[in-house]
Design a protein around this ligand. Structure first.
Ligand SMILES: [Zn+2]
Length: 350
């Protein structure tokens, strides 16, 4: 009879539905308890402020500059609450060389400098050959990284510091320890810029910064807060606040008081009208692409208010969370006058 033939199938379907339901139920229960494991009772989306304290709403260059002044002062204040800034008179950066190695087109000095907290921090300084004044780059590693890794072509940094050095840039790359709040490295980053400006080989009007991941965040902070940085490459970091909270990310970016101030993508508007390029990998699990597109559109709109739309660009490339390079070297060369792009192209040829 038809119903007898149908019965097993319907029973299967019912079982399937029940199985599916219990799976969904199990997932829902698991996801619901996740925040408890994390010691928090709010879901990621609830961490995105409904309204920000200092959103970028300027419609004229004058309004935009006023916003920058107030927002920069606010950010510096938030960092200072966690780590008071010590002046260079109080604690001189005191860069010291321990050893030097010949790397063909440049000399690599292994040394250290005195950080804002009085402790010495290791760093590498690359000095290209030549007599004339040179542009310079501050090159920054991310979580678990080091100065050595940004020079290593086999790392996720693809040796970007080495490419800049071979392209005629004086490079400083510090090794900075992981901190509760990444932003508190700002004073040490400023010390690195101090060291560059004090070097005879460096043209202080042509200093840039580049970094990947937390190094991208540090690049955002130093370029936003220190106008001595004339061009920047923020790799694997730029995203909206909703995007950073959408996936698990290290909470070290949540400097107390920072999340409520502005959408994190807008912090990059403190760099305007100075040029900034964003690198975003298509399969970056930490910063989902759709949020980086959204963030870039907002930054682009802001740069337009400054009349500087050409000073911002995004390089989206296939692959995962890593430094890319090709557009970045062209970008920095265009704005700081080095030769990293041609040097990089030559190195890629078999
Ligand atoms: Zn972290």
């Amino acid at each position: 009879m038809p119903w007898q033939r149908r019965l097993p199938k319907e029973k299967d379907e019912l079982e399937n539905i029940m199985r599916h339901f219990s799976l969904v139920f199990a997932w829902a229960t698991f996801l619901h308890t996740l925040p408890l494991f994390a010691g928090e009772l709010v879901s990621p989306s609830e961490k995105v402020p409904k309204a920000f304290e200092m959103p970028f709403v300027a419609s004229t260059p004058a309004e935009a500059r006023k916003w920058q002044e107030q927002a920069r002062a606010k950010l510096l204040e938030l960092v200072a609450v966690q780590a008071p800034r010590r002046s260079a008179q109080e604690i001189p950066p005191d860069f010291q060389v321990v050893s030097a190695e010949d790397r063909g087109e440049y000399t690599l000095q292994h040394g250290s400098f005195c950080g804002n907290d009085g402790n010495r921090r290791p760093c590498l300084v690359a000095i290209p050959r030549g007599e004339e004044k040179l542009p310079a780059m501050l090159c920054l590693h991310g979580h678990g990284g080091s100065a050595e890794m940004v020079f290593d072509p086999k790392s996720i940094y693809r040796g970007f510091a080495d490419h800049f050095a071979r392209g005629g840039y004086v490079v400083i790359a510090p090794t900075l320890e992981h901190r509760e709040y990444a932003a508190t490295a700002l004073w040490d980053l400023m010390r690195c810029v101090d060291i560059l400006t004090q070097r005879g080989e460096v043209d202080a009007q042509r200093i840039g910064a580049a970094g990947l991941s937390m190094g991208g965040e540090w690049t955002m902070w130093i370029a936003a807060c220190d106008e001595r940085i004339k061009a920047a490459v923020v790799s694997g970091w730029m995203c909206t606040t909703a995007g950073v909270f959408a996936v698990p990310n290290c909470p070290c970016w949540e400097l107390p008081g920072f999340v409520p101030v502005m959408d994190v993508c807008e912090t990059h508007l403190l760099i305007a009208p100075r040029p900034v390029l964003f690198e975003n990998a298509e399969a970056d699990e930490s910063f989902p692409l759709k949020y980086t597109f959204e963030g870039f559109q907002r930054i682009q709109r802001g740069y337009r208010v400054f009349g500087a739309e050409a000073a911002v660009a995004q390089d989206v490339f296939p692959g995962g969370h890593a430094w890319h390079g090709p557009a970045a070297y062209v970008w920095i060369d265009k704005h700081l006058g080095g030769k990293a792009a041609s040097r990089y192209r030559n190195a890629q040829q078999p």
